[in-house]
Design a protein around this ligand. Structure first.
Ligand code: KG4
Ligand code: ZN
Length: 500
């Protein structure tokens, strides 16, 4: 049995052994000793030798200028009496791994046109002929084939921090793959106020960030040193709350000496879909409904072309649920409570208004939403019943209110799909938990041949994974980091995917 073959990095002390193989293999066009010495000592090269027992039986060299996406295999040789043992293949594995580790995206090499054995080996490693250099090898006058292989793109590990509202979210992704998604919510602390209190939210982020980060790292099974970039929400959202996440993200980026990506929260809600299905299919219409936003987007390209079709002109959809729940004396957050109460109610019991849905609204507010009139209508209904001494049927009121909200949301979203000829609708935000919204969206999408996409609820509510996913997309697209000058922007427009 032949002795085990081991690879190690070459040094100038291996020169004699290397030159012996060089002369055996390349006879008339062998490099000179000086030439080989220069190569071994150059800062941009990586040479390795293959040892069988104590003896050097092969060597190879790679050259890659710092920061360059291209690596070149300079030479590869195996002693004639040690061929057929898979040494060339082992060397190629090691060179390819080294090129990847140096951040190269492609490797090039030249091979003698008459060396079919070597060409076959290179093809196994994905090399394809891209050119020919006539009479390259002298003095024989043999042509060189230029061959190239593309290395798969590195999937960066990105840590995302979200703190735009009441959820402290830390998520970790590797490329399109979700590694961790940890959320700490301060919702309970806002309950007695019936809505999110900005100062309380900011303080809660500060208290929760460290432990949320630790949990996310544990869940992903990585340490801070493994992270390639940091992503953070810089808007839209509550300014004080955003600042806490941004401060933490900048500190991490500086400490780890890694790039930071300041990303748009709303676009994060859209991009999260790719953690479940791979690359986002575009164009898509996205309906984002939560306690903080109600937005209808046309997404032609996740990183470059996101358009706002419409948004709420007063309360957000989730906020409407929360306020109406208060009117009905249901606890905060009101969405789940109303959803539950509505299950046994009659959605047609009361005809509540559909905001901005009349023909006169179509010119200016075709895709905008308004829920404050609806909230007032529910309050009136309840007051009137009370003044008459009638008992309120909470189930019927909840079901009728829910129906009004859902009807407007889905009608406008489907209209946008039809008008823009987009056969896809993506939903995001905490209100997506609503049972009736899911039902009506599914029914109407099916009727119009529109594909409906609803990410898992843990990815629909505010979270750090969606921020990490968007950051990873930017990084993989070759975008530079944001620098450290950006700040919180509570009204960041959806068209600005990354801030600098
Ligand atoms: O996205 P999200 O978790 O975060 C913030 O906006 O902060 O959304 C929370 C909102 C709350 O307003 C809540 O009442 C609403 O989503 N929500 C619901 C349901 N579950 C949560 N609204 C309607 N039906 C639900 N089942
Ligand atoms: Zn959100």
């Amino acid at each position: 049995m032949p002795a085990e073959i081991k690879l190690r990095q070459a040094s100038v002390h291996d020169l004699a052994a290397i030159m012996q193989i060089e002369r055996e293999c390349f006879v008339r066009d062998a490099w000179s000793e000086q030439n080989m010495l220069d190569e071994l000592a150059a800062p941009h090269t990586f040479y390795l030798v293959a040892e069988m027992g104590e003896r050097i039986v092969g060597y190879a060299g790679l050259s890659n200028l710092a920061g360059s996406a291209q690596a070149d295999i300079q030479t590869i040789a195996v002693s004639p009496d040690s061929r057929g043992l898979g040494i060339g293949r082992k060397i190629m594995f090691a060179l390819t791994a080294e090129a990847k580790a140096r951040g190269a995206r492609e490797i090039l090499l030249e091979v003698r046109a008459d060396n079919t054995v070597a060409q076959k080996l290179y093809r196994v490693f994905g090399f394809k002929q891209i050119g020919i250099r006539k009479k390259y090898y002298q003095p024989d006058g043999v042509d060189a084939f230029v061959m190239k292989t593309e290395l798969p793109k590195k999937q960066p590990i990105v840590l995302g921090i979200e703190s735009s509202c009441d959820e402290t979210g830390v998520g970790i992704v590797r490329g399109n793959e979700l590694l961790a998604n940890v959320i700490s919510s301060s919702m309970d602390q806002h309950a007695r106020f019936g809505g999110v209190v900005p100062e309380i939210a900011a303080r809660a982020h500060l208290e929760a960030l460290q432990s949320t980060l630790d949990k996310a790292l544990t869940e992903a099974g990585i340490s801070l040193g493994d992270i390639d970039a940091i992503a953070v929400t810089n808007g839209p959202g509550l300014a004080g709350a955003l600042m806490v996440g941004i401060g933490a993200a900048k500190a991490l980026a500086v400490a780890l000496d890694k790039p930071i990506y300041a990303v748009n929260h709303l676009v994060g809600h859209v991009g999260v879909d790719l953690l479940e299905r791979g690359a986002l299919e575009t164009p898509t219409i996205a309906l984002l409904v939560s306690g903080g936003h109600t937005s209808l987007l046309l997404v032609n390209d996740l990183l470059d072309d996101v358009n706002l079709l419409g948004e709420t002109i007063d309360d957000a959809a989730g906020e409407a649920f929360d306020k109406v729940a208060r009117v009905l004396s249901l606890p905060y957050p009101g969405g789940p409570q109303i959803d539950k109460a509505a299950a046994t109610g009659n959605p047609k019991a009361i005809r509540f208004p559909r905001g901005l849905s009349l023909p006169k609204d179509m010119a200016e507010h075709r895709y905008d939403f308004s829920f404050s009139g609806l909230k007032t209508a529910v309050a009136r209904h309840v007051e009137l019943a009370a003044s008459r001494g009638e008992e309120i049927n909470i189930a019927d009121v909840a079901a009728s209110f829910r129906e009004a909200v859902v009807d407007v949301l889905v009608t406008k979203a489907i209209d946008a799909c039809l008008e823009h000829k987009v056969p896809r609708l993506l939903l995001g935000g905490g209100v997506i938990a609503n049972a009736r919204l899911r039902e009506v969206a599914a029914e109407r999408c099916a009727k119009h041949g529109i594909e409906l996409r609803i990410p898992a609820l843990s990815l629909c509510t505010d979270n750090g994974a969606m921020i990490a996913a968007l950051g990873a997309q930017l990084m993989m697209a070759g975008r530079a980091g944001s620098g450290l000058a950006f700040g919180a922007d509570s009204t960041l427009p959806v068209t600005q995917v990354q801030s600098r």
